[in-house]
Ligand binder design. Structure first.
Ligand code: HEM
Ligand code: PLO
Length: 492
């Protein structure tokens, strides 16, 4: 004891090269569950080889916080993989970019642009409410038929992020929107999920169906981004900043006017396109996924839905729509959102981190270049931290009187933490609150007769998505006449 602290590696899995393929091919379970199971045999922290890369898997909050917060700067790197390089033109974005001045600069620009929207005349709140209203009108029109809500939810969420990125929006059944749905699903299914080409890059040499699909989807996305970029360049003005793309263009112009090389500071056309592509992609896929999980759980737990509706009825009523300033008044809804983010984290393995120098985690030494995967699934399902972690219970996030939300465990990081913390946390929380409160104020979501309950397993990709399911959105009694008689005056 104490003598061997110098060179201790975490327990490592045997028969190393096979493990890589085990994860995606042999194991019955998706990787986050497989990694959680391995905890029983190897402990909370262990290592394995993926091809030639050493990977450390972390399954508890103490080590996770050491990596993300205490040693955040050391572990702020990102690995380069075949699929993310294809998606981001070799890491010229934010999420899959290695730690660098360019990465930091782009985070700052995005952060600034999002803050401006908080204050500007077309505030984020107004944009979200406009989309929520439109979505509710559509749902009212298709009442009492079993429908998959996903396309309507996605369109609403897409339009919010479209307004932020491109100052534009999509109409229903717009062919460009339909194309976007297609390519984005293709990317979610194939990118960054430890497929074999990422573990064994030389596999690229051989025909590979998944990689072909990814390339095709990325090329459709790139054409769409390029089109938006050309349009913006054509009517750009230094005097007005309409959206994120304008903010990025302004930074580029500034550099050019000061004779700074755009390549050196990371403001080439590629960088701009990839950053806006990241925000657009993250903006659409994450929030939509959480809305789909929320509704799936509400269908499974009608008593939770009823409680949210009681809260909405007593705190807001039917004479006005929910606003951001109501957030503090609706603790049960807030607790439900937190519980959904716990039980089905959007990004159960975060995005892999990389050690930028030799360091340590707990009592173990870690060499520079080691990849570190934080298994958020293990943190959120840790029996030492959560009572019946498999149980969906928003009540665990309520204080004793039930009048406010609380944090029952420190083993909860739905948005990550530290230098690489999610850039869209505030935006996502506003959207989740407003969309869910608008829907549940007006509709009761029910299982259509003869349909199976939504599957709660989820399919693993770069985000953990639920399988498709159908619901009935039934207009609540008090809204049958109300929907059109009370056009809220403060939302256009
Ligand atoms: C990164 C969660 C919504 C933009 C992340 C990470 C997580 C996360 C876990 C990885 C942290 C890490 O690797 O340590 C979520 C959840 C969301 C959500 C649960 C919805 C409920 C959004 C939205 C945006 C966004 C709406 C866009 C505005 C980003 C970006 C990164 C990121 C750009 C990469 C940050 C970096 O690597 O520096 N998010 N996110 N996210 N998120 Fe989100
Ligand atoms: C989603 C599909 C899009 O077509 C491209 C895209 C860009 C950014 C990615 C996002 C995808 C998935 C969710 C990611 C986001 C960056 C941060 C976010 C990975 C692949 C999360 C949850 O970490």
């Amino acid at each position: 004891h104490g003598f061997l602290t110098d060179d201790r590696s975490p327990p490592s899995l045997p028969s190393l090269p096979i493990i890589g393929s085990l994860l995606s091919l042999r194991s019955e379970s998706p990787p986050h569950i497989f990694f959680q199971k391995l905890k029983k045999r190897y402990g909370d922290i262990y290592s394995l080889m993926m091809g030639s890369h050493k990977v450390i898997i972390i399954n508890n909050h103490r080590h996770a916080k050491e990596v993300l917060l205490k040693k955040g700067k050391i572990f702020a790197g990102r690995p380069r993989t075949v699929t993310t390089d294809l998606l981001t033109r070799d890491g010229k974005d934010i999420a899959f970019a290695d730690y660098s001045a360019t990465w930091r600069f782009h985070r700052k620009i995005v952060h600034g642009a999002l803050c401006l929207f908080g204050e500007g005349t077309t505030s984020i709140e107004k944009i979200i409410c406009r989309e929520a209203r439109y979505m509710c009108e559509v749902l009212a029109g298709v009442q009492s038929s079993a429908i998959d809500l996903a396309p309507e939810l996605t369109r609403a969420v897409t339009n919010v992020v479209c307004a932020l990125c491109f100052n534009s929006s999509y109409k229903r059944e717009d062919p460009e929107f339909e194309a976007m749905l297609q390519y984005s699903q293709g990317i979610v299914d194939t990118v960054a999920k430890d497929s074999l080409v990422d573990i064994f890059p030389w596999l690229q040499m051989f025909p590979n169906e998944e990689l072909r699909l990814l390339k095709q989807c990325v090329s459709i996305r790139d054409k769409l981004l390029q089109k938006k970029y050309e349009e913006h360049k054509a009517d750009y003005s230094d005097n007005v900043q309409r959206d994120l793309l304008d903010a990025l263009l302004r930074a580029k112009r500034n550099a050019e006017n000061n004779n700074v090389s755009t390549n050196d500071v990371g403001l080439t056309e590629d960088h701009l396109l990839m950053t806006v592509g990241d925000i657009f992609g993250a903006g659409v896929e994450t929030t939509t996924t959480v809305l789909k999980w929320s509704i799936a759980y509400l269908i499974h737990h009608p008593q939770v839905q009823e409680k949210i509706q009681e809260e909405l009825d007593s705190k807001i009523g039917v004479d006005r729509h929910p606003k951001l300033s109501d957030r503090g008044k609706l603790p049960y809804l807030e607790a439900t959102i937190r519980e959904v983010l716990r039980i089905r984290p959007v990004s159960p393995l975060l995005i892999p981190h990389v050690a930028l120098s030799d360091s340590s985690i707990g009592e173990y030494t870690v060499q520079k270049g080691t990849r570190v995967i934080i298994n958020l699934w293990s943190l959120h399902h840790d029996e030492k931290e959560w009572k019946n972690p498999e149980l969906f219970d928003p009540g665990r996030f309520l204080d004793e009187e039930g009048n406010g939300v609380c944090s029952p465990s420190v083993s909860y990081l739905p948005f990550g933490a530290g230098l690489r913390v999610c850039l869209g946390e505030a935006l996502a929380k506003m959207e989740l609150f407003l969309f869910l409160s608008w829907i549940l104020q007006r509709f009761t979501l029910e299982m259509p007769i003869g349909q199976p309950l939504p599957d709660l397993q989820g399919k693993f990709g770069v985000v953990l998505q639920p399988q498709r399911y159908k619901v009935n959105a039934r207009l609540r009694a008090c809204w049958e006449k109300n929907l059109h008689i009370h056009p809220d005056s403060d939302v256009e």
